[in-house]
Design a protein around this ligand. Sequence first.
Ligand code: NAP
Length: 248
Amino acid sequence: MKVLILGGTSEARLLAEAVNSDKRFDVVSSLAGRVRDPVLPAGASRVGGFGGAVGMTSWIRENGVVAVVDATHPFAESISRNASAAAAQASVPIAVLRRPQWTPGAGDNWIAAQSTADAAAIVAAKRQRVFLTIGRQGVDAFAGNTVSWFLVRSIDPPTGALPAHHELLSARGPFAVDSERALMRTREIDMVVSKNSGGAMTEAKLVAARELGLAVVMIDRPHTPPADVVTDSVSDVVTWLGALARGT
Ligand code: NAP
């Protein structure tokens, strides 16, 4: 059974490892090719866009894919939309694997933002020192802010416009609470901006912000497009694939 895993996340790598070790499956992981030095998943992989939903439909058909797993990042909106449409068009089942969201706890001071633009508007309300930890994409939404200072952290540097006053920090998680706290202290951060990506790899910034009493602007996830299964569990997806292989 040929299984296409749309990846670029740690969950996708865990799933590829689990599925690749099962002889019933022939797994191919797909990466966008954005990161210069990606961590490659177990089994076969391909890199680069498909050419929208139409291109992905053709790819699914031409490569004999019988199941698709969208294990992309919760904020990778286009690829998820395309995957849902392509799976429907090619009449193959699709599962979505999404890590759970972060939720605020006691002592957290979160401000909800509907989008990156919304977060930029919230930040612009006063002059402050901001830890912008939303990855490479979307940083340009803050470029018009000429009064605040930004610590911009991402794996690869952003390619779009940047705010006037900033420092770029290139780093890949996982991050520890101690180093996150020290980073926020040395840069005298007042506010953290994050996407609600979820996951343990980058959660330490939220713990550090809570300990330091900092406000966190938390950008909500986009909606998940239609799928046969939506789960946060790798083993649920393996079970789902097993049922497909048995024809049940
Ligand atoms: P996106 O905006 O949803 O995708 C833009 C285009 O990139 C898609 O239409 C597709 O091109 C191509 N693409 C994206 N993911 C792909 C994949 N896994 N395999 C093949 N093509 C892919 O996605 P994005 O936000 O740029 O994210 C790109 C990748 O980075 C994703 O795989 C995601 O899992 C990972 N990632 C994203 C974030 C984030 O914050 N957005 C964070 C960490 C990791 P075509 O239309 O030509 O097929």
